[in-house]
Design a protein around this ligand. Structure first.
Ligand code: CA
Length: 231
């Protein structure tokens, strides 16, 4: 619940009705009446779902769809097309471009909301993004296999140490605050209950296990940590 949904629809009445009902269901709709900035808005706002009308001023829905799927920031966001009768070929094209579903106008709100729920459920259950392998110096981390090797030999890490190392390496030299690291390794809510000092303790053990390579984890005073040679 509370998912952000981008609605791109130029027919004001439909847009208003959809917006109202999405709000009522507890979603956070964001409405655009024009296709021009739809892809850019999606990249910035990262909605959980996009309801995309096909016949739009500015940029038509198919082109918007194409752009969304071509941008890694938005490619994974599910799209439901809103099509009018007689737009059969567009519908097929849209699905070919990677749209997840479509509803034909005039649609009932019940039907639309059911589709919204189904697509959101599917995307929540979808597997995590492609496996990622990170390496720096003698360290090789495989995010998919959840393994770390040091000089080619398997390295035993606790799950927290593993998550911390992954976050640091993926950070690519960016300084990560203790709060950010808590959030990444312990989960969203943990940051409220755990003390940030917990991070320091785990970074300490992680550094020891990484031996010489532990020096890559650099303490940034009063701020957090940075991984040298990341990405
Ligand atoms: Ca339209």
């Amino acid at each position: 619940m509370n998912e952000k949904i981008l609605v791109v629809e130029d027919e004001r009445d439909i847009a208003r009705m959809v917006e109202y009902n999405l709000k009522k269901e507890g979603y956070r709709p964001l409405v655009l009446h024009d296709g021009s900035f739809a892809a850019a808005t999606a990249a910035k706002e990262r909605p959980a779902l996009i309801l995309l009308d096909l016949m739009l001023p500015g940029l038509d829905g198919l082109e918007v769809c194409r752009r969304l799927k071509a941008d890694t920031k938005t490619a994974a966001i599910p799209i439901i097309m809103l099509t009018a009768k007689g737009e059969e070929s567009d519908k097929v094209l849209g699905l070919g471009l990677g749209a997840d579903d479509y509803v034909t106008k005039p649609f009932s709100l019940k039907e639309l909301l059911a589709r919204v729920q189904a697509v959101l459920r599917r995307s929540a259950a979808a597997p995590a993004p492609a496996p990622e392998k990170l390496s720096a110096g003698d360290i090789e981390l495989d995010a998919a296999k959840v393994t770390v090797k040091l000089k080619g030999a398997p390295l035993e890490l606790t799950s927290k140490e593993f998550e911390l190392l992954k976050a640091l390496m993926a950070g690519g030299e960016r300084v990560l605050t203790r709060e950010e690291l808590l959030e990444k390794a312990w989960g969203m809510d943990a940051s409220l209950e755990l003390e940030t000092r917990t991070v320091d303790v785990h970074v300490g053990t992680l550094r020891r296990k990484l031996k010489k390579e532990g020096r890559r984890i650099v303490t940034v005073k009063n701020y957090g940590y940075r991984f040298e040679g990341g990405r």
